[in-house]
Design a protein around this ligand. Structure first.
Ligand code: EPU
Length: 428
């Protein structure tokens, strides 16, 4: 079994450069299915979810060529397969974007139920509601290998109000609607940076999408989309994870290749805690300095521009290193505290205050000395939190299930080592 072996105790210092955004890449790669000529995609992170998405596309008939470490040429004009039942589909969440892209281009798709990190129920009813409002019929077969089927003779623009803000549904409906006849309006749309990134990519291809990044997105259908060269945005959550790791170890470092605006919800919390942040807009970098004491705060997750749920586990560790008692409330996912028992193995003082499922919250008593532990990653972001926790002890820790971490963190060993961490991958 592959594990990370981490010897903690040193403040993280130096610099780290952020890779392309996972949650942009996993949508933009299937979006190439909509183009009538090849696309060049730049700033693509080398992570397993991205590799899986490329493999799926190749099995569907596309040609994928790696031009350099972060640049790929994708020719999806040769995609013929609309029955997408490859094992990679069931192992990742973002495979639901194949539904929107195939529906938009081929008017039919049969896709294995998406899998991915499990933290409670992860419904797709809003995606399906959106497809239906564009005129498509859908069905979901039951059983172990459930398949989602969508099809229509033609797509016609529609109006979709989302009673829950959903990143995936917003982006999937955009994919399905770009070539529909007429205008589609998505109300209460998600405003995450990757929603805007996908819209920018599609608009460069010739789409007509207005309002991405606000809660009303208007998509006027076009007949054709052409291939483009596009560089995806830096990963907001990867940047936030390194900022938090540096702060939790009382280090100081420069986080490079970022878009400061995307990080506001994260760094404003660090500032509230007394951690020094300076932004260099010319260099697109941010410096975190936590060499002095910092104090606890309360955090409630919310859709963008609120505090991101994907930073919630990492902040638990940060609060454990702060002075005082911090509170974490999760308001996006129903059940995203299942990793807490793993972090508690380090001696971290975390109490789950049970109210009723979505209203549970965490009380984190800071300032306790942590000890080395054998932890098991329960999902991607929880795995990242475990790395940070291990770095905050002055002993040796191991983390297993590292495949979760490799789904979303490019060169994770190399980047932490550049910051001075003692971390290695071992075979146990
Ligand atoms: N929801 C519904 N119905 C739907 C879809 C979502 O009720 O049809 C609910 C969910 O149950 C949840 C809320 O809406 O309570 C938000 O879910 P959303 O659809 O926004 O999540 P997602 O698109 O499936 C993406 C990221 C997640 C991230 C969330 C929230 C990708 C591939 N995944 O998921 O990222 O947590 O948005 O920001 O983009 C991660 O990167 O570690 C990760 C889990």
């Amino acid at each position: 079994m592959r594990k990370f072996l981490i010897k903690g105790g040193k403040p993280l210092c130096g610099e780290v450069s952020i890779s392309g955004a996972k949650n942009s890449a996993v949508a933009i790669i299937p979006a190439t299915i909509l183009a009538d000529s090849p696309c060049i995609l730049e700033n693509i992170p080398d992570i397993s979810d991205v590799q899986a998405m490329f493999e799926i596309l190749e099995q569907m008939g596309a040609t994928v060529e790696r031009l350099d470490a972060t640049t790929y040429k994708v020719d999806a004009t040769t995609v013929t397969i609309t029955n997408v039942f490859f094992p990679q589909v069931g192992n990742m969440r973002a495979s639901y974007y194949l539904l929107g892209a195939l529906l938009g281009q081929k008017h039919t798709a049969n896709v294995l139920m998406p899998g991915g990190c499990e933290f409670g129920e992860r419904p797709i009813n809003l995606h399906l509601k959106g497809f239906k409002s564009l005129g498509a019929d859908y069905s979901v077969s039951g059983g172990l290998n459930a398949v989602i089927s969508v099809q229509t003779e033609k797509l016609v623009g529609g109006y979709i109000y989302m009673d829950v803000v959903s990143v995936g549904a917003t982006m999937n409906i955009m994919l399905a609607a770009v070539k529909a006849e007429g205008t589609t309006v998505i109300e209460n749309a998600a405003r995450e940076p990757h929603v805007v990134d996908l819209a920018n990519f599609l608009n460069m291809m010739g789409a007509n999408i207005k309002g991405a990044g606000t809660s009303t997105v208007k998509i006027t259908g076009v007949k054709e989309l052409h291939g483009v060269t596009y560089s995806i945005i830096p990963d907001q959550i990867e940047a936030g994870t390194y900022m938090t790791a540096v702060a939790a170890t009382h280090g100081t470092a420069v986080i490079k290749n970022i878009i400061p605006k995307h990080l506001e919800p994260i760094f404003s919390k660090l500032v509230d805690m007394g951690i020094k942040i300076s932004i260099n807009y010319d260099e697109d970098s941010i410096t975190v300095d936590a060499t002095e004491k910092f104090h606890a705060c309360d955090v409630t997750t919310a859709p963008h521009p609120g505090f991101p749920t994907d930073m919630q586990p990492q902040f638990v560790v940060l609060l454990a290193m702060a002075e005082g008692t911090g509170i974490i409330r999760e308001q996006v996912w129903e059940s995203r505290f299942q990793y807490v028992s793993e972090l508690q193995k380090t001696g971290m003082n975390i109490v789950i205050q049970s109210v009723k499922k979505k209203d549970d919250f965490l009380l984190i008593q800071g300032g306790k000395k942590l000890k080395g532990a054998e932890m098991t990653a329960t999902d991607l972001r929880a795995g990242a939190a475990m790395i940070i926790a291990a770095l905050c002890t002055d002993a040796e820790s191991t983390i297993s299930n590292i495949n979760f971490i490799e789904r979303g963190y490019d060169c994770v060993i190399e980047k932490f080592r550049n910051l001075g961490a003692d971390i290695q991958r071992i075979e146990d």
